[in-house]
Design a protein around this ligand. Sequence first.
Ligand code: GTP
Ligand code: MG
Length: 290
Amino acid sequence: MGGLFSKAPPPPPSPVKLLDPPWRKHFNWGNKEDDLQYVNSYKPQTEGQQLRILLQGPIGAGKSSFINSVKSVLQNRPCTESPVQSTSHSSCTKKYKAFKIKKGDSNCPFVLNDMAGLNASSRKTRQLHVKDVKRALKGHIKEGYRFNPECKLSKDDRHYNSSPSDSDKVHILVFVIDASTISSMKQENMEVIEDIRDEANEMEVPQIVIFTKVDEACPKISRDIRNVYKSVSLKEKISKFSTDTGINIDNIYPVKNIHSESDLKDGADVLILHALRRIIERGDDFLNKP
Ligand SMILES: Nc1nc2c(ncn2[C@@H]2O[C@H](COP(=O)(O)OP(=O)(O)OP(=O)(O)O)[C@@H](O)[C@H]2O)c(=O)[nH]1
Ligand SMILES: [Mg+2]
């Protein structure tokens, strides 16, 4: 048996607890039908107006996957229309493209604009990226423009829209952030996000944050997506991001993007729809501002 000075065995690691009740008090897993009804019946006040949602975020954060997820949930089958990357060296999405969603014989009155992931490789590319985003926010970039990390869109380019309509302008900016790598996110990326926020704030364009890959960020969520608002580690990541950026925690929505038929049934669909509804509501508030 152990002598007087023998060491006691270390205590077993304490099991990671889940929060009970979940930290986001007013989230209801039963609201899917209500959110679906809101999104499907949404119509801007002005006839013919289009609500434009612009996605922004680091390379590989899941911007294109989020667009596919929205389409998957609204069409009730997995969709892979926006190309998704398999390596994370450079942005897979190179062109400015607005994704429409079919509704009966026409399209939903909102579009999701995909663009190249933010390029933080040098000070110059960071500044150019912010300038491109500013032009996108103002509606100056035409569909199909291929982003060039070496120069911003020139006013002489055939893709420069010199007289944007209200529908060409961006009404809500969505930052897409990878929850699984946020702890090691480069300071340069945070700085670009701040610069883009400054431009959006100047134009009073509202902003929302989507935290993707929550399944990879916490094993408890990987096991059951319904633990998303019970995970202590995810709550800490979201709170820290909110403090660092000044973005209110109520404007940050965790999601797992839809990749398969089963994601459409296990609760990932509920999170995507909830985030989409909030995006549309905030964008619509901006459209209706006096
Ligand atoms: N596990 C998991 N993987 C995801 C999720 N969202 C995206 N991914 C994966 O992350 C990788 C990058 O996703 P993309 O949608 O291409 O990211 P992006 O932001 O559009 O990237 P760029 O266009 O290159 O800037 C792909 O392999 C996706 O399958 C998620 O919620 N969970
Ligand atoms: Mg992409």
